[in-house]
Design a protein around this ligand. Structure first.
Ligand code: GLN
Length: 549
């Protein structure tokens, strides 16, 4: 039997170079060759998972089917590979120490002092190999979070060094940055220094992927090759692209697969990314015009806070061959200036969220969408506020609210899930991960999912208060789906056919090659709305929104 291959991606010089996208692109190319690929990410922080982190600081918290709250790079992996991962692909500092210390308490190391080397590094290597075994992977692709030289990932890199010695088929990739001080003056020195640092840790990168300010010159490629002990053919250009989905082809065209396959001892078969490429072409040069979609949120200045929502719009728009202009609207601006600033959007999304700030602005945006027939999609908190808005303005209960924001409202239309009432710990305690919903025949949700039983991922503590469901139905709010196991309201719809809310986060399961049905709904309705309003110009001159993506 052929032995398994391991690829490790190390970041150098600085963070934010798009290591997750490089990792996902390499995985994609190998997958397109018919190989079974599984990604694994190590994050050095001592949190057990991402669930308690603030999107302002860390970007979006991504959720897997099994309920793991993980780094947003997992969204990139799943969107590229069109596969669902589980918790074993994610190692954090907190998780591995917790695991090791639990073993120590169980007496599994009796008589020994427990050390970083070999005990912690053994655990890490065993974890990596187990993931390969359990997924029956041909290749395990390991992304090391952070940058080489960080204290947080030093013991992980030591484990990787050991792995590189023990495994026959191992490839190390250094991601680096080649800045240009002025045009035509690319600087390779930081890359040389960083390469030396990696080599001092006992790993010799086989491939150098260079983010740059301008295309790499032959001279800089040769310089990097000389100092890093690799052939110039192993130095790759990673330019800034108009869409991240274009990177697999850019790397493929430069021959990265040949180098990887040679090292892994596998045949460099044809990577069939034709379906992928036709979708990328639609993203870059859409044929059917454009739509303006607003995301009304409170982390709108942090570009990574709603990345899955943004990407899900991109996926759906590619299916319709339209350009989505995506606008972040800070909901407090609606509180200050009124909802009229929403008037020119073709579609509005209120995404998930926590905490009081900006809530009334989001409710006003929803009212404006409903009253003016603007297509609307409410995600988790967005659906809860859709229900609050309906209670206030259609049922006439002016004080209706969620008990998350008003504990003494007389109409608590959104309330804590019963099982949440006794929960006090914060980490991993929400209603998390995949849950099955039963949809009602003939509803919009049924139409777009084209199924009566659907699985979506969740992350919430509150729900539509079951005591009010009858009142809502009597006032024509359509309850179009409920949880199979406990009856939680999972989907609701406006009677005008232009608004859907879901308690789930369908954005987490949207992939370029398999867009989320609810985002297809929103984009399709937005295209129709734009035609109805016969608006031809984009919102690009609006000054009240924060900006496009
Ligand atoms: N804060 C709400 C809840 O906990 C919504 C959560 C979310 O949007 N992810 O139920």
């Amino acid at each position: 039997m052929r032995s398994r291959g391991y690829i490790v991606i190390l970041g150098s010089i600085m963070s934010g170079l798009g290591k997750g996208i490089v990792t996902a692109s390499i995985c994609k190319l190998l997958q397109a060759k018919g190989l079974k690929v599984v990604p694994l990410k190590f994050d050095g922080y001592l949190n057990v998972d991402c669930g308690t982190m603030n999107p302002f600081r860390h970007g979006e918290v991504f959720v897997l089917d099994d309920g793991s709250e993980v780094d947003m790079d997992f969204g990139t992996y799943e969107r590229f590979l069109n596969i669902s991962l589980n918790k074993f692909s994610s190692i954090t500092g907190g998780k591995i120490f917790q695991h090791l210390i639990k073993k120590e308490r169980e007496g599994r190391f009796l008589g020994r002092d427990v050390q970083i080397v070999p005990h912690l590094t053994d655990e890490l290597k065993a974890w990596i190999r187990r993931l390969g075994d359990e997924t029956d992977a041909d290749v395990v692709v390991i992304e090391v979070g952070g940058t080489v030289g960080d204290i947080e990932n030093s013991y992980f890199i030591e484990a990787i060094r050991q792995l590189s010695y023990e495994e026959k088929h191992f490839v190390a990739v250094q991601l680096t940055h080649v800045p240009s001080l002025s045009k035509g003056e690319p600087k390779t020195k930081p890359t040389q220094h960083a390469n030396r640092l990696i080599q001092s840790m006992g790993i010799r990168p086989d491939i150098i992927v260079c983010r740059e300010d301008e295309p790499l010159t032959q001279e800089s490629i040769e310089k990097i090759s000389l100092f890093a002990n690799v052939s110039p053919k192993h130095v790759f250009d990673d330019p800034t692209l108009s869409t991240v989905y274009a990177l697999p082809k850019v790397l493929n065209d430069q021959g990265i697969c040949k180098v990887i396959c040679e090292k892994l001892g596998i045949e460099d078969g044809h990577a069939d990314i034709s379906n992928w490429e036709s979708l990328v072409e639609r993203i870059i040069n859409p044929k059917n015009g454009e739509v303006d979609i607003a995301i009304v949120g409170k982390y709108t200045t942090t570009k990574d806070a709603y990345v899955s929502v943004k990407e899900a719009i991109v996926h759906a728009a590619a299916q319709f061959d339209v350009r989505p202009n995506i606008w972040f609207v800070e909901s407090t601006l609606i509180e200050e200036g009124g909802p009229d600033i929403m008037k020119d959007y073709d579609g509005i999304i209120v995404p998930g969220g926590f905490g009081n700030r900006g809530i009334e602005g989001k409710i006003e945006a929803i009212r404006y969408a409903r009253e003016n027939n603007i297509p609307f999609l409410g995600l988790c908190l967005g659906m809860q506020l859709m229900v609050v808005e309906y209670a206030r303005n259609v049922l006439g209960w002016k004080d209706a609210h969620s008990t998350e924001f008003s504990s003494d409202t007389k109409h608590p239309v959104i309330d804590l899930l019963p099982e949440q009432k006794s929960v006090s710990e914060k980490g991993g305690t929400m209603r998390l991960g995949g849950h099955t919903s039963l949809l009602v025949e003939g509803t919009l949700a049924h139409k777009y999912y084209n199924a009566l039983e659907v699985d979506e991922r969740h992350r919430h503590r509150y729900e539509v208060n079951p005591e009010y469901v009858k009142d809502f139905e009597e006032h024509n709010l359509i309850i179009s789906g409920r949880s199979k196991d406990n009856g939680v309201v999972e989907f609701c719809e406006w009677p005008n056919g232009l608004g859907i809310g879901t308690q789930a986060h369908p954005e987490f399961k949207s992939r370029l090659e398999k867009p989320s049905p609810l985002f297809l709904f929103l984009v399709e309705k937005a295209i129709e709305a734009r035609k109805r309003n016969s608006r031809k110009t984009s919102m690009a001159n609006t000054h009240r929104t924060i900006g496009s993506v």
